[in-house]
Each structure stands twice: as C-alpha cells, then as structure tokens.
Design a protein around this ligand. Structure first.
Ligand code: PGA
Length: 312
C-alpha cells in the first residue's frame, strides 16, 4: 500500500477538503482564505460556476486519464495489455489516453480500441530532419498519435531538458495539432525547502510563454518524489497544488483557461488510492505510470471518475 508523504514543506495549516464542492456551507468559509506558503496563492472562487451534475469538480473540463507506459513492455506483454484494455468497461465521460514506447505505437494503434487515444512520450522541438534518435511530431501524427507527453520529470531530471526547451516543444506540437500533456512538479528537496509553488509556477510559465493556445493542453502535476516511489501525494497535498495551478492560470492566462484546462495528478496513483484523489475538486484526472501497465487496474483508475459524482 502506498504511503503518503507528510513532511512536505508547503503543507499549509489549511482546512481539510471533504471532496465536495466548496459551495457547501461548511466549506464556504474556507473559500476565501489565502494559502500563504512561500508564494501567495488564492483559491479560485467557485461562486460563478454554473450548476452541474458532477459536483466535485472545480474545472469545466472532462476527466482525463493517461497511462504512461514509459520504457516498459515487449510485443507479448503489450499484446496482453491491449487485450485487457479492449475488454475493460470504461466510464464514458472520461478521455482515456495511453502512451506506449515509440517502437510499439504502431502495434498498439492497430490493435487497441478507438475508445482510447494514443500519445507519444516525447517529441522533437521542431520539424524532423538530421536529429539522430529523435521522433518528430509529424511522425507521431503519421502513426496515429493525438497527444504527446512533454516535460516529464524523467526528461527534465534524467535527460536534462530545460523549461524553455520544453515550452518550445509544446508550442511546436500544438502548432501541428497534437494535444500536449504538460508535466510540472517539484523535487523532494524543493518541497522541503518550501519551493513547491515557485518551481511549479516557473515550469508553468515556460509553457505559458510559448504556447499560443491552451485548448489542447492538459497540465499534469507530478511531484517528483511521488513518481514511481509508492509515496503518493495525499489528496490534500495534490489539491493544494492543483488549486494553486488553476489560480496561476486564472491570473496569468485567463479565467476561461483556468476553468477549462484539465489539471491531472501523477505519482504513484493506483487502483487503491485513485478514488480518494479523484474526489478532490481540482483533480481532473490522472497520469499513471506503473499501474497503467495492468489493464484492469488502469480501468479502475479511469472509472474513479464515479467518485466525483455526488448528487447535486
Ligand atoms: P508512477 O508514474 O505512476 O509510476 O508513479 C507516473 C508518471 O511518471 O507519469
């Protein structure tokens, strides 16, 4: 069972969130307070939102779940995974995307149900050409991808990609019509130093400075300390950053973008913890690594959208 990291430097003395919409009387008092932890962050007021059937949702975008298979799989294991995904029952009101290793995308595209879209795990910053080892956006489109994951922490911190470079990649992918899963997230030492928001906002700004439109961008908040470690962020820790990201978008891009942009959480999400996370108002879905390699468990995570649905 995944444990929760509780020593985070940015954990505020904030009220705990019940997972119900913040307009319920008990939580109304909490709506206007300011999180002041290193950065000034104010909750996005939900008072102007239109009434909806799905109440535990601050944004207006559809729930989104991505499976990042990373550098895992063989022809055989991927055949089994695709077969499990094809037979899984998936809630209809969720965008579902999987991201196989490049070399298996064609195999997955030709065998996976159209219900699930396909993403690349990375793409080159511009048009293809003499760039040994890279994969171009044009090639991803040619092979049937609709999305690309950019700025994943393993690209940032293992490969060394920088904010500005990642922003340019996002702009290019969007200009060619791909959707972008734009990853942000702090390292453990940054969280412990109280820099969570600063790091996330810098990474977000690099995307914002480069992209012409947010229509096809999904932001994935993935704290580095939670990725592949079994240490999932608590629902409150994730919610706190998601609120801050939405508020940053509202102040620095627009209210409309803040509402429409899906902010998904990634980092040790599994079939056991997804429902509690999904109840948080500003968690609009997940980016899943390890648990996306198991079809039935991935389906459970997709279907955690049901825990957002509370009688209006
Ligand atoms: P994890 O990976 O679910 O294995 O922690 C998430 C990710 O890196 O996207």
């Amino acid at each position: 069972m995944a444990s929760s990291l509780t020593t985070a430097g940015t954990q505020p003395s904030a009220p705990s969130f019940s997972g119900l919409r913040r307009t319920c009387p008990k939580l109304d008092a909490a709506v206007s307070f300011s999180h002041r932890v290193n950065s000034s962050v104010r909750l996005v007021s939900s008072s102007h939102r239109s009434p909806r059937g799905v109440v535990a949702m601050a944004g207006s975008g559809k729930f989104f779940v991505g499976g990042n298979w990373k550098c895992n799989g063989t022809k055989d294991t991927i055949t089994k995974l695709v077969s499990d995904l094809n037979t899984a029952t998936l809630e209809s009101d969720v965008d579902v995307v999987v991201s196989p290793p490049f070399v298996y995308i064609d195999q997955v595209k030709s065998s996976l149900t159209d219900r699930i879209e396909i993403s690349g795990q990375n793409s080159w910053v511009g048009k293809g050409g003499a760039f040994t080892g890279e994969i171009s956006v044009e090639q991803l489109k040619d092979i049937g991808c609709k999305w690309v994951i950019l700025g994943h922490s393993e690209r940032r911190h293992v490969i060394g990609e920088k904010d500005e470079f990642i922003g340019k990649k996002a702009a290019y992918a969007l200009s060619e019509g791909l959707g972008v899963i734009a990853c942000i997230g702090e390292k453990l030492e940054e969280r412990e130093a109280g820099k969570t928001f600063d790091v996330c906002f810098d990474q977000l700004k690099a995307f914002a400075d480069a992209v012409p439109s947010w229509d096809k961008v999904v932001v994935a908040y993935e704290p580095v300390w939670a990725i592949g470690t079994g240490k999932v962020a608590s629902p409150q820790q994730a919610q706190e950053v998601h609120v801050a990201v939405r508020d940053w978008l509202k102040k620095n891009v627009s209210e409309e973008v803040a509402s429409k942009t899906r902010i998904i959480y990634g980092g040790s999400v599994n079939g056991g913890n997804c429902a509690e996370l999904a109840k948080e108002e500003d968690i609009d879905g997940f980016l899943v690594g390890g648990a996306s390699l198991k079809g039935p468990e991935f389906a459970t995570i997709v279907n955690s959208v049901t825990s957002k649905k509370v009688a209006a």
